[in-house]
Design a protein around this ligand. Sequence first.
Ligand code: PEP
Ligand code: MG
Length: 312
Amino acid sequence: ARASALAEAAGPGATKDGHRVPLLANIGGPKDVEAALANGAEGVGLYRTEFLFLDRATPPSDAEQEEAYRKVLEAFPDGRVVVRTLDAGADKPLAFLPPPGEEPNPALGERGLRMVLRHPGVLSAQLRALARASAGTTAKLQVMAPMVTDAADAAFFARECGENGIETPGVMIEVPAAALRARDLASEVAFFSIGTNDLTQYACAADRQIGGLAHLQDPWQPAVLDLVAPAAAAGVPCGVCGEAAGDPALACVLVGLGVTSLSMSAPSLPPVRAALARHTLDQCRDAAAAARTGRTAMQARNNAREHLPGLD
Ligand code: PEP
Ligand code: MG
């Protein structure tokens, strides 16, 4: 019993019947690697690179970027490291990349990939720094774009990656249009990662920065689960890297929907690992189906939990 308790607390992520679900960490830079390793992260599922660019008037030098990326890659010699290209704008304003004009609704404005479409040199410099950092390291580097809307966006990003030495391009699924047409995007890129924070914000039309709308910013909203399902079924590996992945019950539901990896803040890794280890893949699937029959977020959660008896 002690051995199985230990295996539950560390080791790779898997359901009770051995279906593997890599458990990865969300990080903002090399300073977060220690906590990720201490909590048993198998790699990095979301490296938010904008932290490198915050609070400064000019972008970091190519050498500075390369060093920050290499440090993280070297920390996971046998794992994968999923790096998100610059996600500037809206809730992540960057001094050196202001939006082109006054934006009444910044969350619907020029942010993420939309911002670098206007400044392609920023994206290519970042991709080249990543390619140089990865040379000579053994971690599997994957690079994804934020705020991708359609297949044209995905094709643009994949082309930029190819031209700048990045072999595995992916996109975040955080715009409902991208989730609904996930198959179109899947033919352009190698993987997806669902950003449930923004996907929930846009599905429920509830600004994530407005605390009074918290009840609508709930990834248990059945509409959000309905958007995860087509992305997870589109034929490319599909992770989740929003806060939803760190909720033990919801993590089981996401796996039941077909999500192939989960990335979260380091302290969430042990409870999610334990929740998965206590349920079979079939239980996760039953929980997912039951959640989607709910008509409110609360019903979805309650329905799911009836199929997840191992949760506290
Ligand atoms: C998300 O939107 O769910 C996500 C992971 O990205 P961020 O919170 O950095 O926007
Ligand atoms: Mg996001």
